[in-house]
Design a protein. Structure first.
Length: 237
């Protein structure tokens, strides 16, 4: 193994142990929680090393970088998650390569996402999985990103009615300056209500390098981890 592969292998082992310990503490099976490794600003060569180490799900935040990386690593059979803020004029292009779009937070994104999903040319494509990003900001605060919880049902209905989009669940980010356990407890309540109306939408993407344990405690099925696996992000060019 190269030195970089050794570093990634060691970091992955630590993160996987953290997930396993968090699942055990919560009384959940270890395989309840999937790891999405966020490779934002890291090269495609790292993605290849991660795939060799058993990583199957990769997350990206920026469209141009994600599109190029997905094309360069198309032979690896990875599952690509788009987790960044999404512009409506880029949504169709994102849906053309992303297997999961985790940041759907407004109705304006649904039609272009559906168009992009229809355009996917590779064999066996059955569309794009969608997570609705819900804001966990306190009532009355300006939402940095994410839909208001009260708007989720209407947004879910629009996704369900769109061709080639599959509603899978919710995604959220703990607000800055708030204890993750408090934020994710709020998220668990939102999810409980949401799943009653959308029983197949059971995915919950929450938790990152610094707060994955809290997310697992409150029901996360996917955690999005970047720096704990890949190290400090390179300087943006």
């Amino acid at each position: 193994m190269t030195a970089r592969a050794d570093v990634l292998a060691a970091n992955l082992d630590v993160v996987r142990r953290r997930i396993a310990a968090a699942c055990a503490e919560a009384g959940r099976p270890e395989d309840d929680v999937s790891l999405v490794v966020v490779t934002k600003f890291f090269p495609a060569s790292d993605v290849r090393l991660l795939a060799d180490l058993g990583v199957t799900d990769v997350g990206e935040n920026r469209h141009q970088e994600a599109e190029e990386k997905a094309a360069e690593c198309a032979d690896l059979g990875l599952r690509w998650h788009f987790i960044g803020g999404l512009q409506s004029n880029k949504a169709a292009a994102v849906a053309a390569y992303a297997d999961v779009v985790e940041s759907v937070d407004r109705a304006k994104l649904v039609a272009p996402l559906a168009r992009g999903a229809h355009s996917r040319g590779h064999p066996g494509s059955e569309g794009v999985d969608v997570l609705l990003q819900v804001s966990l900001d306190p009532p009355g605060a300006d939402h940095r990103s994410g839909a208001d919880p009260d708007d989720l049902d209407d947004l879910a209905r629009r996704v369900e009615e769109a061709g080639m989009l599959r509603l899978r669940g919710l995604m959220a980010v703990a607000p800055l300056g708030e204890e993750p356990d408090v934020a994710f407890a709020r998220l668990a309540d939102v999810r409980e209500s949401f799943v009653r109306d959308h029983p197949e939408a059971t995915t919950l993407s929450a938790g990152m390098s610094g707060d994955l344990e809290a997310a697992v405690r409150h029901g996360a099925t996917h955690v999005r981890v970047g720096s704990a696996v890949l190290g400090e992000r390179p300087t943006v060019q």
